[in-house]
Design a binder for this molecule. Structure first.
Ligand code: CDP
Length: 209
């Protein structure tokens, strides 16, 4: 059973995906980490996203202990991740790892931007989770402050808008709901309410198999 969760930055994908995985006893993969790890490898190799071959080499190295590196969570790495994510060779290099993970029995939950459209178009359950830009910026600013990072709301909002635009407008695997995705707008929902709705949807899809 594959559960694909896609959506823009700070839409609540990670929280929801993790809870669904725990609830159903499925494996969980935050695919954003793979792009973040690519960015980190690239940075450490002294490369830039303008060098597609260096970015591809960085992506080929992904899949080890670096996925647990706390530096992956910084906004700088997030920005760089979205820049390497436009490179088709980077996306191809990360595809195999994601597909293998998705096949974990008895099920896997993957969250990202293109899980329901490109990585696992065959997923039995697809949720596209979203929220207004302002609400997402508010959540991300709070998340940063909770981690002790200084965050200016306007700056976070601007960064997020820029990243959304790049993710949605890129030619390879742009951010968009799959035709058969269940769209869940969490602007006015808390994490618990979103979880209950998503859980009921996944149960229905699982039982319909
Ligand atoms: O948590 P947040 O939404 O801020 O970021 P993330 O999920 O860690 O993803 C970081 C960046 O990686 C995104 O802005 C995307 O450009 C890219 N990404 C992607 O292209 N495809 C995925 N399946 C996951 C992430």
């Amino acid at each position: 059973m594959i559960v694909a969760i896609d959506g823009p930055a700070a839409s609540g994908k990670g929280t929801l995906a993790r809870r669904l995985a725990a609830h159903f006893g499925y494996a969980f993969l935050d695919t954003g980490l793979l792009y973040r790890a690519t960015a980190l490898h690239l940075l450490e190799a002294g490369g830039t996203p303008a060098d597609a071959a260096a970015a591809e080499r960085a992506a080929q190295r992904v899949g080890g202990a670096e996925l647990l590196d706390p530096r992956l969570r910084s906004e700088e790495i997030g920005r760089l991740a979205s820049a390497v994510a436009v490179i088709p060779a980077v996306r191809t290099a990360l595809l195999e790892f994601q597909r293998r993970f998705a096949a974990t029995p008895p099920g896997a939950v993957l969250d990202g931007r293109d899980i329901g459209t490109v990585v696992c178009p065959e997923a039995e359950a697809k949720i596209y989770i979203t929220a207004s830009l302002e609400e997402r910026a508010r959540r991300r600013a709070k998340e940063l402050r909770d981690r002790g990072v200084e965050a200016i709301y306007e700056r976070v909002l601007q960064d997020m808008q820029e990243r959304d635009r790049r993710d949605s407008e890129r030619r390879t695997a742009p951010l968009r709901p799959a035709d058969d995705a269940f769209v869940l707008d969490t602007t006015a929902l808390d994490a618990e309410a979103a979880f209950v709705i998503a859980r009921d949807y996944v149960v229905k899809r699982r039982d319909a198999r």
